[in-house]
Design a protein around this ligand. Sequence first.
Ligand code: 5GP
Length: 113
Amino acid sequence: MSKTIFEKVISREIKADIVYEDNWCIAFHDINPQAPVHVLLVTKKVIPKLSEASEEDAELLGHLMLKVADVTHKLNIKDNFRVVINNGPMACQTVYHLHIHILSGRMFHWPPG
Ligand code: 5GP
C-alpha cells in the first residue's frame, strides 16, 4: 500500500506547518485554506474514513475530540470554530486518511454547501 499524503507529513517526508503532535495525532495548517484558520487534525493510525473506524478506535476518536479543544485553545479560536469530517466522494473527501478540518476566522453558513 502506498503512503497517504498525511503519512508523509507525519514522517516528515513532506513539510507542513505543524501546530500540535502527540503519539496519536498531528495537527497542521491546510495547504489550501478555506478560512483564515484552517487546520487538519489527523490520526497517526491510518483509518481511511470515519465510517471505517471500529470499536477498537473508541479511545483514539475520543482523544481526537479532546485535541480539537486543545488546538483551538492554542490557536486562540476556542470560542468560534467549525469542525468538519468529509466521508466519501459525495462529501468531497480527497485524502483517505481520517482527519478533522478545524476552520475559523470568518462567518460560516448553515446548511453547509
Ligand atoms: P478532504 O478533502 O479529504 O476532506 O481534505 C483533505 C485536505 O488536505 C484538503 O483540505 C487539502 O487542501 C489538504 N491537503 C492535501 N494535501 C496536502 C498537503 O500536502 N499538505 C497540507 N498541509 N494539506 C494538504
